[in-house]
Design a protein around this ligand. Sequence first.
Ligand code: 5GP
Length: 118
Amino acid sequence: QVAEAGGDTIFGKILRREIPCNFIYEDEVCVAFDDVNPQAPVHFLVIPRKNIPQLSKSEDTDEPILGHLLVVARRIAQKRNLKNGFRIVINDGPIGAQSVYHLHVHVLSGRQMQWPPG
Ligand code: 5GP
């Protein structure tokens, strides 16, 4: 998938409620929902409402949005009682195995993670 300026993605459709999706959190800047294909017992995504296709295409002025995504990830992790930790992943571009070109933060937990990742 090629990222285009203003290009639409499945997450754009989710944000516009064109595709049903159960939000576990939402505010004026971002929404969060469970991943449809979970890679761990806990696997949710935090995405900005703004259509930032990928981290490397974000701008310096996006800094408050980028920070907010992590703050919200931490808040949800606390609410879900992920006391033993979790993993945050942002895939960027083909090398990073990004498949949906709307920026998203993966939060994974509920099983032991390995390092380095594959
Ligand atoms: P990426 O590889 O781009 O970092 O991750 C995209 C993620 O979005 C994948 O983990 C995939 O399972 C998830 N995903 C793709 N389409 C949908 C969808 O329609 N609904 C939800 N909830 N997750 C999706």
